[in-house]
Design a binder for this molecule. Structure first.
Ligand code: PLP
Length: 374
């Protein structure tokens, strides 16, 4: 039986042309024209001044935190319901991630619960635009301004999303993107920090390249301990080609998201992610939660039914307060996270790649409707 994959990369532009050019030029490491071209094109796409390409989204988050000066003794507010990379990036600095429960409707960080988690050690808030759905950035910016905190957007899942007329990546102090193969814009593996702040951009360029001085002669004397987070010219060639088509991919994702919503609404016991007012969701992934007490069926039964019919799905993340690694690291994992627990226990996502066929979405939704009727 053919399987509909949960998410395949969609490479519909000049990827091969640019990669071939990079190979024939011999510039296959991190020097070469595609790295700055991709950085400039993607920064422009986000509506910010600077883009700093790196090897993956986790490195982008870590680099942004380092540039913000976050380190041991500091705390960073993150959503409980997120991918582990958001929390691990904070741990890599020696700081401590502090978890805030999800909002029931949007599945993003519940901005109304942030202030209760602030301490004198809090240095930043990291909103994560879950599944491409922008957070309540107006409220988060307000809290950050009131308490003198930086805002690091984890926009790993939200290429081209927007809030209040501005693009994801331009909504905080600094932002991080992932270009993993399932993302709306991909380089296979890759990431980027974007910011309007000249000093932060400079710090990112410095730390990403082992703290080699940004100007002057190479003395091979290093004043600080840096990282090799460089992106190769080959990956940047892919990224430039992808960015040229980013609006097209965005439109495809949005069309798929809206079609899923049209076909799945009003099934008792089925819950879909709600958009933030003023938010432009790019529907990176189309999540579904099953409420067993409403419909007498469970998420796992629905996932098994879809798998038996050739539809690949993925379960939602487990919340950060449930992570043994974070407990071991010393995070406070006590307290209640009812919204995050509900999502982790009842949610999964449906095939969502940009290249998905409309007939496949219709078939998947018919299978889901049949399941609840049966
Ligand atoms: C919310 C979030 N943050 C960070 C990352 C890390 O990105 P990467 O896998 O490129 O390291 C991901 C990855 O998918 C993610 O979903």
């Amino acid at each position: 039986m053919p399987v509909i994959p949960v998410c395949s990369p969609f490479l519909a532009g000049k990827e091969l042309v640019y990669i071939a050019e990079a190979v024939s030029s011999g510039w296959i490491s991190s020097s070469g024209k595609y790295v700055p071209e991709f950085e400039n094109a993607f920064a422009e796409y986000c509506g910010v001044k600077h883009g700093i390409a790196v090897c993956n989204g986790t490195a982008a988050l870590h680099l942004a935190l380092v540039a913000l000066g976050i380190g041991p003794g500091d705390e960073v507010i993150i959503p409980d319901f997120t991918m582990a990379a958001s929390a691990f990036a904070v741990c890599h600095t020696g700081a401590r991630p502090v978890f805030v429960d999800a909002e029931k409707a949007t599945w993003n960080i519940n901005a109304g619960l942030i202030e209760a988690k602030l301490t004198p050690r809090t240095k930043a808030i990291m909103p994560v635009h879950i599944f491409g759905n922008p957070c309540d950035m107006g409220r988060i910016a307000h809290i950050a301004a009131r308490h003198g905190l930086a805002v690091l957007e984890d926009a790993a899942e939200a290429h081209g999303a927007g809030h209040g007329g501005k693009k994801a990546g331009s909504l905080g102090t600094i932002a991080a993107f992932s270009f993993f193969a399932n993302k709306n814009v991909t380089t296979g593996e890759g990431g980027m920090v974007v910011t309007n702040d000249d000093a932060l951009a400079e710090a990112c360029r410095y730390y990403k390249n082992l703290c080699f001085p940004l100007t002057g002669p190479r003395t091979y004397l290093h004043r600080d301990i840096g990282f090799n987070y460089r992106m190769s010219n080959l990956h940047a060639a892919l990224g430039l080609a992808q960015t040229e088509k980013a609006d097209y991919y965005r439109e495809l994702r949005i069309a798929h998201g809206l079609l899923y919503r049209e076909l799945l609404h009003r099934i008792p016991g089925v819950i879909l992610q709600k958009n933030q007012p003023d938010g432009e969701n790019v529907y990176w992934m189309n999540g579904v939660c099953v409420q067993p007490e409403m419909c007498g069926r469970t998420r796992d039964e629905l996932v098994a039914h879809l798998a038996a019919n050739g539809v690949e799905t993925r379960l939602f993340f487990n919340g950060m307060h449930r992570q043994p690694a974070l407990r071991k690291y010393g995070c406070d994992c006590s307290g209640e996270y009812p919204a995050s627990d509900f999502l982790a226990d009842n949610g999964f996502y449906l095939p969502s790649g940009s290249g998905l066929a409309e007939k496949d979405i219709r078939m998947i939704c018919a299978l889901i409707r049949d399941f609840f009727r049966g």
